[in-house]
Ligand binder design. Structure first.
Ligand code: ADP
Ligand code: MG
Length: 231
């Protein structure tokens, strides 16, 4: 298993953001993480990547305990946070060199990552000069610099135009050929187009998990299902 989460509970003061959340993601799977705003998706992703701690539960990524060995686990994890925090005044290549230095990645790997995310023609520009779609590519390049086995992508296509959306979706699918990917989104077609499995979270609870093939055989659209389990 690439990701194993069991009985995770997370409180922000009195408010419980995650309730006994358990799920698994197999090696090489692409999993869509759905849920209304405030469902707890980002909280779960921050816990998975070791940025915040749950109040209880167990989290393993590539068999490494994220709660006790976050730094070790992070070597296998690429993370694109929600709102993709970038240094807009830096040049693309400069930013990736900066990230590589922080994460002690061999600088000779940078050009291959630029190439892989389709940034070759834009890498000489400042980040703020790029369209939102290309800025997402910079975030994705930064996330894969250290060649992680698992990618956690928090709403990677939110705010993109229809063309950019398809491009980033294709890129996620491409990256998913060699990595395990858990991505959150509000777009049902995206999950249908890219994911092998779907997990739906509502008010901190997992309310549905299924295989996309299994879902297809029920003849029910993901959108119908989503509304049934989150309303
Ligand atoms: P999602 O990503 O699914 O929209 P979040 O994980 O961001 O959901 O939020 C889940 C719940 O936890 C929301 O009610 C949100 O307001 C709350 N929450 C998230 N982060 C914090 C925080 N740092 N402090 C207090 N409450 C928070
Ligand atoms: Mg979120």
């Amino acid at each position: 298993m690439s990701i194993q989460v069991s009985s995770v509970n997370k409180f922000y003061n009195q408010q419980q953001a995650l309730k006994e959340v358990s799920f698994e993601v197999g090696k090489g799977e692409i999993v869509g993480f759905l849920g209304p705003n405030g469902a707890g998706k980002s909280t779960m992703m921050k816990i998975l990547t070791g940025f915040i701690k749950p109040n209880s539960g167990e989290v393993l990524v590539d068999e490494i305990d994220v709660l006790t060995s976050a730094l070790e686990a992070q070597k296998n994890i690429g993370y694109l946070p929600e709102h993709n925090p970038l240094y807009a005044d830096m040049y693309v290549r400069e930013y990736l060199h900066f990230q590589a230095a922080i994460f002690k990645v061999d600088k000779t790997k940078i050009e291959a990552c630029i190439d892989k995310v389709g940034l070759s023609l834009e890498a000489h520009k400042k980040i703020h000069q790029l369209s939102k779609g290309y800025q997402q590519r910079v975030g994705l390049a930064a996330a894969i610099l250290h060649n992680p086995t698992v990618l956690i992508l928090d709403e990677p296509t939110t705010g993109l135009d229809p063309n950019q959306l398809v491009e980033i979706r294709t890129l996620i699918k491409e990256l998913g050929k060699e990595k395990t990917v858990l991505f959150s989104t509000h777009i049902m077609q995206e999950v249908e187009a890219v994911a092998d499995k779907v997990i739906i979270l509502n008010k901190g609870n997992i309310v549905f998990k299924t295989d996309m093939n299994q879902l297809k055989s029920t003849n029910k659209s993901l959108e119908t299902l989503f509304r049934e389990v989150t309303n």
